[in-house]
Ligand binder design. Structure first.
Ligand code: C2E
Ligand code: CA
Ligand code: CA
Ligand code: CA
Length: 279
């Protein structure tokens, strides 16, 4: 950019300025999103690779702004993490998920386990565990119906306070899993110290496994290591039968991806569950 001279430099700063403005605007919209009722939850089923039975679903936040259409979480979650708004958004997700579970009581989705994404930033909140506990009581949800997906940074930064919070969550009866495994950090030492029950292999290792031998080597190693540590393994982003067959052959326990189901609004997940039950 420097070599481009004066005009190039000018162009560069204008670009940054536009980007900064866009983020400011997005941040302002996001702050209105809860009140304007623009947020909702989508549920993506996980399946047992051997039996192909549904084992639960991941909760994914959706934002529909009438003026703009759907805005991707890949765009607004990182921004919310930077500004700290994720603490509020994240609690909204836990509340809505608990409320949904209470609405599903007495239906075929009565005992479904939901996996909720928790950002590292949310764990900084000293009141997090207490707030989650209150929501469980409010909606009468047993902890075994909730699982939390945590990315690797949780195990690398603020280790002492994160460990304390995670141990509290474990004591309360929640399951914890490591999300996007393999993309974040190279240290594996944390696996020994944290009370984790499941590893989710990142989609980037799955999407090209049919043609990329390195991806297959990494997947095999992760599955072997996880099983030796008594952890179960979920593969994310499974889109083809060939990928599912390979992962199953390697002993991967569960999978998630468009091959089985896209993230669904609650009524569609409900229809799927009732159609399964009725044959
Ligand atoms: P993630 O936790 O890794 O979630 C999986 C993402 O992969 C989702 O994208 C899902 O729709 C997508 N996906 C699932 N199956 C397939 C597939 O077969 N192929 C492809 N190409 N994609 C697939 P989504 O919903 O756009 O979410 C993106 C990220 O935003 C999530 O990645 C997660 O990091 C974050 N996110 C979403 N909801 C929440 C939330 O409630 N809280 C927090 N902290 N983060 C969230
Ligand atoms: Ca996740
Ligand atoms: Ca993931
Ligand atoms: Ca991922």
């Amino acid at each position: 950019a420097k070599a481009a001279g004066r005009n190039g430099y000018h162009f560069y700063t204008t670009g940054m300025h536009a980007e900064a403005l866009k983020r400011l605007e997005l941040d302002r919209w996001l702050r209105e999103a809860i009140e304007r009722n623009e947020l909702s939850l989508a549920f993506q089923p996980k399946v047992n690779l051997k039996t192909r039975d549904y084992t639960g679903a991941e909760v994914l936040l959706r934002w529909y702004r009438p003026e703009q259409g759907f805005i991707s979480p890949a765009e607004f979650i990182p921004l919310a993490e930077e500004t700290g708004l994720i603490k509020e958004l994240g609690m909204w997700v836990v509340r809505r998920a608990c409320q949904q579970l209470s609405e599903w009581r007495g239906t075929p989705l009565s005992h479904i386990r939901l996996a909720i994404n928790l950002s590292a930033i949310q764990l900084e909140d000293k009141e997090l565990v207490h707030k989650i506990d209150n929501l469980l009581r409010e909606f009468d949800v047993p902890p075994r119906q909730l699982e939390f997906e945590l990315t690797e940074e949780v195990f690398i930064q603020n280790i002492e306070s994160n460990m304390a919070h995670l141990n509290e969550l474990i004591k309360m009866g929640f399951r914890l899993s490591i999300d996007d495994f393999g993309v974040g950090y190279s240290s594996l030492a944390y696996l020994k110290h944290f009370p984790i029950s499941c590893i989710k292999i990142d989609r980037s290792f799955v999407s090209q496994l049919e043609t990329n031998a390195d991806d297959r080597v990494i997947i095999n190693a992760v599955i072997a290591m996880a099983h030796n540590l008594n952890l179960s393994v979920v593969a994310e982003g499974v889109e083809t039968e060939a990928q599912a067959a390979y992962l199953q052959k390697q002993g991967c326990d569960e999978a998630q991806g468009y091959l089985f189901a896209k993230p669904l609004p609650p009524d569609q997940l409900y229809k799927l569950a009732t159609s399964l039950r009725n044959g």
